[in-house]
Design a binder for this molecule. Structure first.
Ligand SMILES: [Fe+2]
Length: 203
């Protein structure tokens, strides 16, 4: 079965003014869509992989033939990471986490401000294109990480609780080269309810 582009879980303009409507259209309808198309094209040569879920493919890259592994990492990761990214944001969101996940973040990073700084810094210092993440690492500990290109935490045994796209395509129309401004504003749309749900599922 072919992989499909999931619809945005909210309107294209729902994250204004933090993320503008035009960026959301291009990001979802062009970039995310292209990863889906290219993943399906890549898998044409590997019928045995076509029935596997995206999670299964990315979590078991050694089962992917050498000749298409990088294309699966790039395009499968592109599909997977962006599907998560839309869920990590929501209209009328932002603020601070509450409950168990807040306690865990404070325990791991000191306090919420220190956590924000550390994740923002991971995004700022990712050279070129990639992502910054809050994950459960392989040992089940909360960690802040960064991945290049469309590499995904799931491929190195990590479970993503939150992540931010720092590819220029995520912010250039509105913020141009000012990645720091984009990252500072992005906290206004973080969907802490989703982070809490993922924390409860993975802990
Ligand atoms: Fe992106």
């Amino acid at each position: 079965m072919a992989h499909e582009l999931p619809p945005l879980p909210y309107d294209y303009s729902a994250l204004e003014p933090t993320i503008d409507e035009q960026t959301m259209h291009i990001h979802h309808d062009k970039h995310h869509a292209a990863y889906v198309t290219n993943l399906n094209k890549t898998l044409e040569s590997a019928p045995a992989l076509q029935g596997k879920s995206l999670e299964d493919l990315l979590a078991n890259l050694s089962a992917v033939p050498d000749g298409i592994r990088q294309a699966v990492i790039n395009n499968g990761g592109g599909v997977f990471n962006h599907t998560l990214f839309w869920e990590f944001m929501a209209p009328k969101a932002g603020g601070e986490p509450t409950g168990e996940v807040a306690t865990a973040i404070n325990a791991a990073f000191g306090n919420f401000a220190a956590f924000k700084d550390k994740l923002s810094n991971a995004g700022m210092t990712r050279f070129g294109s990639g992502w910054a993440w809050l994950v459960f690492d392989k040992d089940g500990k909360l960690a802040i990480t960064s991945t290049a290109n469309q590499d995904s935490p799931i491929s190195i045994g990590q479970k993503a609780l939150l992540g931010v796209d720092v590819w220029e395509h995520a912010y250039y129309l509105k913020y141009q080269n000012r990645r720091a401004d984009y990252l500072a504003a992005w906290w206004n749309v973080v969907n802490w309810a989703e982070v809490a749900a993922r924390y409860a599922r993975f802990k």
